[in-house]
Design a protein around this ligand. Structure first.
Ligand code: C6P
Length: 413
């Protein structure tokens, strides 16, 4: 990996990713869909294979050496994730299946017992369904109100609306993404955290599109919970992390019940284990957690400042290139206010048709509502096309996207 403290060499990094050795539709792959899931570096794949070949066993269950080795690797991965987000304690990091499960854990295990009539759960109009629907559902179940912070025409949160929201009930929880998956907007989470805390409310941060791309410090953000997925950050699918403040997690009811999460089970009553075990019922994604740890090592070696700068440059380049096409409409804020995600539509052409023509050219982008239907409604569209970037993205892929869009225009008139 040839990188300096502040830059990265995406051409060199591509060599770490075996997927780029394969052709798609007879063309080299231009993978512009890292926001849906990232590709995997050999270092992470090797770490998982090595673990399976040398150290695999169940964790926290055996007294034999292999199980202890597996437990040490699994807990080592937890410490890597703890350091990644600057969490005060490793026991505050819960391994989940993904960001969605982490966010549901908070909505169910905290929301069901702490929300009620007169309370408000506040989300944003930019929110991914995973941090929107659980709060809408739990608000309905508990009789609490449900409000969404609106967006302005630049795709940024209108914080001026908070005063009005506050007048409508007792704000108990604010749920916000740090980076929007649909527009790339970077939300002012620190401000929202202060606003929530001044009102005695909690803030739950969806970092699914942030943790892969920028340094995260839960203490500096001032949040109470933060969730993300390994598969979007060079790690395997099937594992994610939820960080929560220990005193909140300790006071919460469990989310899943069964093996490993108990202290004592008797016919009359069951008591719960300590953190993090209380929230890790059943056999954990063991090798996946080890792969997650290896992915964190890989990204740390590149450096998050370099990753953020690289993706910012790509977003700026992509927005500039798309602006050359008068029949393409881009959505979202200016490049300096967003991460490496650009959403757009080609005039008169359905986003699925756009993505299909691009696929023939080996260019993979996403088309759809991106699990953000409230946002699509706000934009007045059913769907958009979206290109998203990562450490291995090179400007040539964006040029191929633009060349492909010319073909779309030609094919659909
Ligand atoms: N977004 C996309 O944008 P899971 O599926 O649990 O790993 O991640 C869910 C999720 C939560 N929050 C945000 C901001 C996200 O972007 C996502 C996943 C994907 O293409 C799939 S909709």
């Amino acid at each position: 990996m040839a990188v300096t403290a502040s830059t990265l060499d995406a051409h060199r990094l591509r060599a770490d990713f075996p997927i780029f050795e394969h052709e798609i539709n007879g063309k080299s792959l231009a993978y512009l869909d890292s926001a849906v899931t990232s590709q995997k570096p050999r270092q992470m794949l090797d770490a998982m294979l090595h673990f399976y070949e040398t150290s695999y066993g169940n964790v926290h269950r055996g007294v034999y050496a292999l199980s202890e080795r597996a437990t040490a690797a699994f807990e080592g991965a937890r410490q890597k994730v703890q350091a990644l987000v600057n969490a005060p304690e490793a026991r505050e990091v819960i391994f989940t299946r993904n960001a969605t499960e982490g966010l549901n854990l908070v909505a169910y295990a905290w929301g069901l017992s702490n929300l009620g009539p007169g309370d408000l759960a506040v989300v944003t109009e930019l929110e991914h369904h995973s941090n929107y629907v659980p709060w809408q559902y739990v608000a309905k179940r508990t009789g609490a109100g449900f409000r969404a912070i609106p967006l302005d025409e630049n795709g940024e949160l209108e914080l001026g609306a908070l005063d009005e929201i506050e007048r409508e009930g007792r704000v108990k929880v604010v749920a916000s993404g740090l980076v929007s998956n649909a527009l790339g907007t970077v939300n002012p989470v620190e401000k929202l955290a202060s606003w929530a805390h001044e009102r005695g409310a909690l803030i739950v941060v969806d970092a699914a599109q942030a943790a892969p791309h920028r340094a995260i410090d839960v203490q500096a953000l001032g949040c109470d919970f933060l969730a993300f997925s390994a598969h979007k950050m060079c790690g395997p699918s099937g594992v994610g992390a939820l960080w929560g403040r220990a005193e909140l997690l300790e006071a919460m009811e469990p989310f899943n019940l069964g093996g490993h999460m108990i202290r004592k089970v008797q016919f009359e009553e069951t008591t719960w284990g300590d953190l993090p075990h209380k929230f890790e019922a059943g056999t954990s994604p063991i090798a996946e957690a080890v792969g997650f740890g290896a992915a964190v090592d890989y990204l740390n070696e590149i450096g998050f400042d370099a990753i953020e700068r690289h993706e910012h440059e790509l977003a700026e380049y992509a927005l500039g290139r798309l602006a050359e096409l008068p029949w393409v409409r881009s959505y979202g804020p200016a490049a300096d206010r967003r991460a490496g995600i650009v959403s757009f539509n080609v005039e008169g052409v359905h986003p699925h048709d756009v993505a299909q023509v691009l696929d023939f050219e080996g260019v993979a982008i996403r088309a759809g509502h991106h699990c953000c239907q409230p946002l699509m409604r706000k934009l007045g569209v059913a769907a958009t096309n979206r290109a998203s970037f990562y450490v291995y993205t090179i400007p040539d892929e964006i040029d191929r996207l633009v060349d492909g869009l010319h073909k779309v225009k030609k094919a659909f008139g």
